[in-house]
Design a protein around this ligand. Structure first.
Ligand code: UD1
Length: 334
């Protein structure tokens, strides 16, 4: 089977490319390199033994996308490409709506025209908004779209709806929507990992920059939450587990639209992440405690039972392993 990965040189796309190749799939990548580097292709080759064919195309370029799909004879598309900086999305909402939603619409139009009928989409736990956390974690039956606090999150919510409407109108198409929790870690080779351009927004890339001395200290956003240790708790998932979830999703794809959470079901606090990092690195990180960040929820974790039941998938790697793998990537990329 042959799969096209949009955004395939990015963090999650590149790890999924590796796992797809390992599972015997043929992979091609379409990316505009806005937030990734072309060298990732050589790293994928080093890890998995095959270098994906690469198309430097922007999803806004409809004829470019159509050309790639027309020549490729793909069995499926995995759609990772998109802008993902929460803060930036508040500053530049139109760019986010145009690129994320417009790009997806172009992709679907091109898939329709070329009859590439299977799609896996990278969604986010952010679609669950600010609802009360159930004891067993957020599950896929819950209402989405209430209390989303930023345009990035809204684009994920809206794209899910675009996909549902499209598959309803074109029943020979099928789609799987994967809602990611908090991906961290790196391939165990240390050759690929999270390497965002510019100033990072997420916890682990900031921790990495603090460790390298590129940011003077980590500011923990709030330690007065009603949680175990006062800091926020999240469901951190090793990116290799996440990537393997995509392979399962493709294997098990059925008619219609299916939605799965990809998370571990466990909540780990910001303090616990810092402690795990310090233990693996063998040194203390400079840490400050600051105000709460607007829009943050105290606790967020998945109920991953549906993915286990229907895809036969669950996480196999813990936070400690993720932190060790992150450090290996950091040391390799210095
Ligand atoms: C964020 C987004 C979410 C998006 C996800 C992946 C918000 C509210 N949510 O999730 O929509 O899908 O990223 O891009 O922005 N933290 C610190 N100090 C820092 C950075 C983070 O204490 O310098 C804390 C945060 O307060 C949070 C935790 O670390 O409690 C995780 O933060 P982050 O990595 O940004 O992920 P989320 O906020 O969970």
């Amino acid at each position: 089977m042959k799969v096209l990965l949009t955004g395939g040189t990015g963090y999650i796309g590149s790890h999924t490319a590796v796992e797809l190749i390992r599972a015997g799939y043929e992979v091609e990548i379409l990316d505009n390199l806005a937030n990734s580097k072309i060298e990732v292709l050589d790293r994928i080759f080093e890890i998995a033994g095959l270098k994906p064919k690469f198309h430097e195309v922007d999803l806004e370029d409809f004829s470019g996308v159509l050309g790639v799909l027309r020549n490729g004879e793909f069995d499926a598309v995995m759609h990772f490409a998109g802008l993902k900086a929460v803060g930036e999305s508040v500053e530049k909402p139109l760019e986010y709506y145009e690129k994320n939603i417009g790009g997806t619409v172009n992709l679907l139009k091109a898939m329709k025209e070329t009859e590439v009928r299977r799609l896996v989409f990278s969604s986010s736990a952010t679609v669950y908004g600010d609802q009360k956390m159930p004891e067993k974690g957020l599950d896929e039956t819950l209402v989405t779209g209430v209390g989303i606090t930023n345009p990035y999150g809204w684009t994920k919510f809206m794209i899910e709806q675009v996909i549902r409407d499209f598959v309803k109108a074109e029943p020979e198409f099928s789609a799987t929507i994967l809602r990611y929790f908090n991906p961290i870690g790196a391939d165990k080779s240390g050759l690929i990992g999270e390497d965002p351009n510019g100033i990072p927004n997420n916890l682990m890339p900031i921790v990495m920059k603090v460790y390298r001395g590129e940011i003077p200290a980590l500011t923990v956003f709030g330690d007065d939450y009603s949680t175990r240790d006062g800091t926020c708790e999240r469901d951190f998932i090793h990116v290799t587990d996440l990537a393997k979830g995509h392979v399962k999703a493709l294997e098990k794809m059925r008619q219609g639209v299916a939605v799965y959470n990809l998370g571990s079901g466990k909540a780990t606090s910001v303090k616990e992440i810092i402690a795990a990092f310090e233990e693996a690195a063998g040194e203390k990180l400079p840490v400050k405690y600051g105000e709460r960040r607007a829009g943050d929820l105290a606790v967020l974790f998945a109920n991953p039972e549906k993915a286990e039941r229907e895809l036969g998938w669950k996480t196999e790697r813990g936070v400690k392993e993720a932190v060790r793998d992150t450090l290996r990537f950091l040391k390799n990329s210095q």
